[in-house]
Every structure is written in C-alpha cells, then in structure tokens.
Design a protein around this ligand. Structure first.
Ligand SMILES: [Zn+2]
Length: 186
C-alpha cells in the first residue's frame, strides 16, 4: 500500500503544479475515470513518465443496510427469498464489520467503558461510606469531617474527568466505510 499512497501523492503533486512536464516541456495528461487515475508527462522519448492508479474502493456499511431494506420493502420479496438474501448480505457484512471494528478501535472503546463503569461503582461505594460517616452523629474516626466532605467531592471530580475522557473518545465520528478493493499501481 505504501507505493499506492506515494503514487497518489505524486499524481496530485503533478496535478497541482505546472501544466507542462518540467523534463520534456510537453503538456501533462491527467485522466480520472471509473476509480482510475492516469498520469502521463506527455513526453515520448527520454522523459516519458507515466503511471496508472486503481483507487481503493469503499462501500458504506449503513448505506448498504439502508438500500437492502428499501429493496425488500419495494419489491415485495417472499419470506423464503428474503431469508436467503439476508443470509448472503450478512456474510458480506460480517467481513465488513471486522474491518469497522478494527478501523474504529471498538475493542479499545469497550475497555474504556468497562473501566469507567468499574470506577463508577467503586466511587459510589466509597462515597456512600463517606456519606455515612459524614452524617453519623457518633462518628469517631481519626479523619476530620470536613476532610471527609473534601474527599467526597474530589471523588466526584475524578469521575467527571474520566467521563470527559470517555466522551471525547466517542465524539470522533465513526468511520463506516468498508474497503472492498485495495488500490493498485501500474
Ligand atoms: Zn516529461
């Protein structure tokens, strides 16, 4: 893939620079069609740089599901056929899903949620212990009650900070594009 990205860069560099090739002074030829990018410097002899890029292709996971539902609804598909179409679609999407999980680092997000939930439970338990002591008229611990109140609030702060981190993780939009064919360079 590295070669692919390098060539992509080269293509757009050529496109956004001079109209004529610096080497042979011929007019560059750039073509874009059907997911292909073609470049030729226009030269024929010594300087005749040219390459073709087949772009990676993507489908959008949600679009596919949406189109599928539309198709089923519009065409009055029989239940039996519906089942087999669904089965096929699921097989295709299964691979896509794997890709999306990887792209969006979903496993890592789940870990963060679990960590946050653990912390929340622990914090709540700790806070209820503190509240008990704070409200107990016969409290006789070594720590001063004002200190207990401070601790109670600082636990809130820690929880809020962690929640913010979790929220930021989710703020980034999910990528739902699945690569169905890898780009190539010729
Ligand atoms: Zn040239």
């Amino acid at each position: 893939m590295e070669d692919y990205y390098e060539k992509l860069n080269e293509y757009y560099r050529e496109k956004n620079s001079t109209v004529k090739c610096k080497g042979c002074k011929e007019k560059k030829i750039l073509k874009e069609d059907n997911g292909n990018l073609m470049f030729s410097c226009g030269g024929k002899e010594k300087c005749s740089r040219s390459f073709k890029i087949e772009l990676s292709q993507y489908i959008n996971y949600n679009d596919i599901l949406h189109e599928y539902t539309n198709f089923i609804n519009k065409n009055n598909v029989k239940q039996k056929d519906k089942d087999s179409i669904t089965k096929n679609l699921e097989d295709i999407l299964k691979l896509g899903k794997k890709q999306l999980v990887k792209t969006n680092d979903i496993a890592n997000k789940k870990k963060h949620i679990n960590n946050y939930n653990d912390l929340k439970v622990k914090t709540k338990i700790e806070q209820s212990k503190l509240l008990n002591d704070i409200n107990d008229p016969e409290y006789s611990g070594n720590v001063d009650k004002t200190e207990l109140v401070k601790r109670y609030h600082s636990l809130n702060t820690i929880l809020t900070e962690n929640y913010k981190e979790l929220y930021e993780l989710y703020e980034n939009p999910k990528i739902l594009d699945i690569m169905i064919s890898k780009g190539k360079v010729f």
